[in-house]
Design a protein around this ligand. Structure first.
Ligand code: CAO
Length: 225
């Protein structure tokens, strides 16, 4: 018999409550990140000079903020009566971190106001402290929307559980080289990123879910956006 860690007990209660009380739907999509990867790699030296390592995650965080601005119902929570939606005017994103004691979701605040280097440094720092068990309770609170990125590990897709009272969560799986059909009838190699958006169907309709992931996919695919 092995007792669960304190973190697993706490997160387990929260995950179970969300699982049984939120009617979940997961919308799958994908983004062609060939251009984004080229851009990310071109910044590697500059990033190193800034003392950070750039991963696709920070670009995804910025794209999520654009999508939340375009679809404000996703940047919201249901109040305790379940009858009112509280719309947020700020963009605080929870980022799931895998720690030796279990899952933690620290919150990166004001993602809209931060650049990619600042975000990279903050995610690395907060993930490090999460792994060392050094996060303050307030750093786990106040998120508007969460991202669970398992892309660094592997897997083709997964269905994340909404971090209620938030109404949606984005799961990111591992990008893979695939043939991409071109309008001239040929195929070219492209790096394709799988996305999975789980949402609370009491708040978000299926069409909205598909519009959100489509918008997100387009934003990630075209780095100029
Ligand atoms: N596709 C392909 N490669 C990816 C990728 C993706 N979607 N996302 C990251 N990578 C690559 C990175 O570029 C990096 O490659 P290099 O080492 O060659 O540069 C490598 O994978 C490792 O990345 P990382 O995981 O260290 O960094 P990150 O910024 O992607 O993620 C963090 C940071 C904290 C989110 C991550 O470390 C983590 O803990 N993920 C687990 C989240 C989790 O447990 N979710 C489940 C919750 S439900 O139980």
């Amino acid at each position: 018999t092995q007792p669960l860690s304190k973190i697993k007990k706490l997160s387990g209660t929260h995950l179970h409550r969300s699982w049984v009380s939120v009617p979940h739907v997961t919308q799958f999509d994908e983004a062609d990140i060939t251009g984004l990867e080229k851009f990310r790699k071109s910044l590697a030296n500059e990033a190193e000079k800034n003392g950070v390592k750039l991963t696709p995650l920070v670009f995804i965080m910025k794209a999520v903020v654009s999508a939340l601005k375009a679809y404000p119902a996703f940047n919201a929570s249901l109040d305790s009566s379940g009858e009112n939606l509280i719309l947020k005017k700020y963009f605080h994103l929870g980022v799931a971190v895998d720690t030796p004691n279990g899952l933690m979701v620290p919150v990166v605040r004001d993602v809209d106001q931060k650049g990619i280097y600042e975000l990279s440094a903050e995610v690395a720092e907060i993930a490090q402290r999460a792994r060392e068990g050094k996060l303050a309770p307030k750093e786990l609170q106040g998120g508007c929307f969460s991202i669970s990125s398992l892309g660094g590990i592997g897997g083709t897709q997964f269905t994340p559980i909404v971090n209620s009272p938030e109404v949606a969560i984005l799961g990111v799986a591992r990008a893979k080289m695939q043939p991409v059909y071109q309008s001239n009838g040929s195929f070219e190699a492209g790096l394709i990123l799988p996305l999975a958006l789980s949402y609370d169907h009491r708040v978000i309709d299926g069409a909205q879910g598909a519009r959100f992931t489509h918008f997100l996919s387009q934003s990630i695919a075209d780095i100029r956006r």
